[in-house]
Design a protein around this ligand. Structure first.
Ligand code: GLV
Ligand code: MN
Ligand code: MN
Length: 391
């Protein structure tokens, strides 16, 4: 089922996927989703925030059980992060139909928009707007690398920027949400199990550091006369690593923009993005405060923050039991990765997640992988879980 997606947004040189929200690749993926919904006779709706919902049954009559994930990717991402949850959702629905019977509750497949935040910097934009976790004004003013705002991009895609924001009507249809995702670690390898359940999502956030200096000639400017922003930037990167080790968290600088970008000039401006996460919010906050202090007079701004999310314990245990297939319950694992399920959980929707084993644990990379047999085990577990929740 992933096969028809393999060419979409793929960089032939690296094998990685580049599927920014609202890019031509994303539009093609959304078309594919609509086609899968139509083939199954599902009722397709796009909500005010660009999230796609394919319903079997009518959620306006009674809240439904929803499963799904996202189709956008990080830049040079893998094939599974997001799409596995969506194809598994459709496959689980097919399996339920094969088993016969009609679910006692409406069943929905969702594709959340812009989960990765690769283009505008804020992750889980579709679910944040839906639940009101981000102000529409702030979201619409965010810019991509070309300087286009989200509002511009939505307009160009034929959407209505003035309509985005908290959507109680759509939310009321979501009685429970279960997201299946490729594991982004080796927890299931250690357990020797194909499928697990999420316990909690670490608190995490993104911060932008703007180091400003003065562009100047690389050959003729004496070292003592330079105001080189690359130096405080480099100090920040090394300090982030040291502070992360000391505080038991993770910190990453994965994106940096150097302007004007001449090999033969001292740069005038270095913008760098810090991603920091950890089991305890205080430790993550303390790391960021430490780095902000080190950055001195340079500007530091918080682009996103997601507090710790503990998934509904009753639902979590139920998922573990059902996904265990009548044997030992599926292992319950914490994760450092963010997901729309976490945003919904924070908004009070009973939510949970299933993870499918990733043999190397590598993710956000073309190397990301899951074995076919494990993906199939994931579909069966998801179908069992949906059947149980729809009773
Ligand atoms: C989403 O994949 C994240 O960055 O955790
Ligand atoms: Mn991801
Ligand atoms: Mn994901």
């Amino acid at each position: 089922m992933l096969e028809p997606l393999t060419h979409i947004g793929r960089d032939a040189a690296t094998g990685g996927y580049v599927r920014d929200a609202w890019s031509p690749a994303d539009m093609e993926l959304r078309e594919w989703f609509a086609g899968e919904a139509a083939r199954r006779g599902l009722d397709l709706r796009e909500d005010r925030n660009g999230n796609l919902w394919a319903w079997w049954g009518d959620p306006s009559r009674s809240p439904g059980v929803v499963t799904g994930s996202h189709l956008d990717s990080v830049r040079q991402g893998g094939a599974y992060d997001g799409p596995l949850g969506i194809v598994s959702a459709f496959a689980a629905l097919d399996l339920l139909r094969e088993r016969g019977g009609t679910p006692g509750r409406p069943l929905g497949v969702v594709c959340f928009t812009d989960e990765e935040g690769a283009r505008f910097g804020v992750p889980c934009m579709g679910s944040r707007l839906l639940t009101g976790a981000i102000e529409p004004e702030r979201a619409l003013a965010l810019t991509d690398d070309d300087g286009d705002t989200l509002a511009d991009v939505l307009k160009r895609a034929g959407r209505r920027p003035e309509s985005v924001g908290r959507d109680d009507e759509t939310l009321a249809g979501v009685g429970a949400y279960v997201e299946l995702h490729v594991e982004q670690g080796r927890g299931l390898v250690a357990h020797g199990r194909p499928v697990g359940v999420a316990a909690a999502i670490w608190p995490h956030g993104r911060w932008r550091f703007d180091f400003r200096g003065r562009a100047d000639h690389a050959g003729t400017t004496r070292l003592a006369d330079r105001d080189d922003p690359m130096l405080p930037f480099a100090r920040m990167v090394l300090a982030a690593r040291a502070a992360a080790e000391r505080r038991g968290v993770v910190a990453t600088v994965g994106k940096v923009r150097v302007r004007p970008g001449n090999a033969n000039a001292v740069p005038g401006h270095v913008a760098a993005w810090l991603d920091a996460r950890g089991p305890a919010e205080d430790d993550v906050r303390a790391l960021v405060a430490e780095l902000a202090e080190l950055a001195g007079g340079h500007e530091v701004s918080e682009e996103s923050w997601t507090p710790v999310v503990g998934f509904d314990p009753a639902l979590r245990d139920r998922l573990a039991r059902v996904a265990g297939g009548g044997g030992t319950p599926a292992p319950v694992l914490p994760t450092g990765a963010g997901h729309d399920a976490g945003i919904l959980a924070a908004a009070g929707v009973p939510a949970g997640m299933l993870f499918v084993r990733n043999p190397t644990g590598v993710s956000h990379s073309p190397e990301e992988h899951a074995e076919q047999a494990d993906c199939e085990a994931g579909v069966v577990a998801l179908a069992d879980v949906l059947e149980d929740l729809c009773r």
